[in-house]
Design a protein around this ligand. Structure first.
Ligand SMILES: Cc1cc2nc3c(=O)[nH]c(=O)nc-3n(C[C@H](O)[C@H](O)[C@H](O)COP(=O)(O)OP(=O)(O)OC[C@H]3O[C@@H](n4cnc5c(N)ncnc54)[C@H](O)[C@@H]3O)c2cc1C
Length: 430
């Protein structure tokens, strides 16, 4: 087998799809005994949507999700205004999906798993990577099932507490801010799912409870500041916080909840021989969405997806070279995979012929021409990304425009009716 992936979150799944579709033998194992059901990363960034387009899942993601809603701001229990995170922007050749999209992470992962299954690969649950050794020819991995797996490469897509990274002794630089705690999760609420909500005190409007509707499951993702206090991640805790803000919201069942702390770290090395560890984590509270900081948050699902893409781009080159009769070694594959952002060589070019990196990288893009699309000669919007390797910009085909239009029209009809999925209690507009 060519590649063993430990971890079937979005990063592991994206990598598995990209490898499998290139005919590279892949197995993907996860220690969990069932698939996670919480919404977690529900804010999909424009860059992530481009990657999803390339992976062949964009139609499913657009069909299942929704655009970022307007947020209704309540201070001391009074409705005061409606806010959007930003103006809706029009697609351009170099930014085919300029607006964020909302879809619960568990649903996104389900879509990725379905796509992976099209290549005959399924996630193997209840199979924890418990140990590994490597030599010049490959990696020998031990699974909790008792199986020993021999693979050319091992990828640890195993999350922030990466077993693979720890086993390699790779430092995880950065820190966790223990002084900032938030209660996060998914809950039923008697709110209109057409809107997001912000409940706060008039004296401190920047610190409040965010409730964001999750498409298709009749729940709201919430984020509530806990300060320094210890609190149980329960519906009662959230209800008492909301009551303290005179929000007038009645909560129903809590589907998932956690206490979140800001955790921004980066693995010191991205590769050790034939093993690629999970490499970085950066997170901001969902409340940032209300503050309009969505572009700052692009480094979440994106780094995992991009790590996968670097590996598979290199894997594709390896295959092509092999097909042409050339010889490629481990370094060819993993060298590119482990390349840190900013240290890469020239990336692929856009349709207009400009290196994609010029549109994407701070500093580099500054001097670069704006891309208005082939032959138009018109200036287009400049890319906003702060980090991330170049990816071939995918001009959105007409069918995606049509799907998006259908989705918007369909949603408008749907929002006149009951809550998505039929749950969430009565639809009460506040
Ligand atoms: C409350 C919350 C809100 C968030 N909001 C957003 C958002 O709006 N947008 C966004 O982009 N991101 C968001 N994120 C971050 C996002 O959830 C993560 O970045 C994402 O899950 C990382 O994906 P991953 O595949 O790298 O790791 P994970 O999703 O953590 O997956 C790792 C997998 O590895 C498995 N595993 C671990 N150890 C082993 C082992 N030894 N053997 C086998 N399997 C193993 C685990 O079971 C798990 O399934 C949010 C996160 C949280 C908690």
């Amino acid at each position: 087998m060519d590649v063993l992936i430990a971890g079937a979150g979005p990063a592991g799944l994206a990598l598995a799809i990209d490898l499998a579709r290139r005919g590279i033998g892949v197995r993907i194992v996860d220690k969990a005994t069932e698939f996670f059901r919480g919404s977690r990363g529900d804010g999909l960034q424009p860059r992530t949507l481009e990657v999803f387009d390339d992976l062949g899942v964009i139609d499913a993601v657009l069909a299942a999700g929704r655009e970022i809603p307007a947020f209704r701001v309540h201070l001391d229990g009074e409705y005061v205004m409606e806010r959007r995170m930003g103006e809706r922007r029009e697609p351009a050749p170099d930014v085919p999906y300029p607006n964020g999209w909302v879809l619960g992470q568990s649903q996104t992962e389900g879509i990725l798993r379905d796509r992976l299954a099209e290549f005959g690969v399924r996630v193997e649950l209840g199979a924890e990577l418990t140990g590994f050794t490597q030599d010049g020819a490959g990696v020998t991995a031990e699974l909790s099932t008792g199986e020993t797996v021999r693979a050319d490469y091992l990828v640890g897509a195993d999350g922030g507490r990466s077993f693979v990274r720890k086993a390699l002794g790779i430092e995880f630089e950065g820190g966790t801010d223990e002084s900032v705690k938030m209660l996060l999760g998914d809950v039923e609420a008697d709110l209109d799912p057409e809107f997001g909500y912000w409940f706060a005190r008039a004296a401190d409007p920047g610190s409040g409870v965010m409730m964001s509707p999750l498409p298709g499951i009749g729940l709201f993702q919430f984020g509530a500041p806990l300060g320094e206090a210890d609190a149980e991640p329960t519906a009662e805790t959230l209800q008492s916080i909301l009551d303290g803000l005179n929000a007038g919201v009645r909560l129903g069942e809590l589907a998932w909840s956690t206490v979140w702390r800001p955790n921004v770290r980066l693995a010191k090395r991205f590769r050790e021989g034939r093993v690629v560890p999970d490499r970085r984590r950066g997170a901001r509270p969902p409340a940032d969405r209300w503050a309009g900081a969505e572009h700052e948050r692009a480094g979440r699902l994106q780094p995992g997806l991009e790590a996968g893409r670097r590996l598979t781009r290199a894997a594709g080159q390896l295959r092509n070279r092999a097909a042409r009769g050339g010889r490629a070694g481990a370094g060819d594959l993993l060298g590119a995979a482990a390349q840190a952002p900013g240290r890469r060589r020239a990336g692929p070019r856009t349709r207009c012929g400009h290196p994609a990196a010029r549109h994407q990288l701070p500093g580099v893009g500054r001097a670069g021409p704006r891309c208005g699309g082939p032959g138009t000669g018109r200036a287009g919007p400049r890319r906003q990304w702060r980090e991330g390797p170049p990816v071939r910009p995918v001009p959105r085909p007409a069918r995606h425009e049509a799907a998006l239009r259908r989705r918007r029209t369909g949603r408008a009809a749907h929002l006149c009716g009951a809550a998505p999925g039929g749950g969430g209690g009565g639809a009460v507009r506040r």
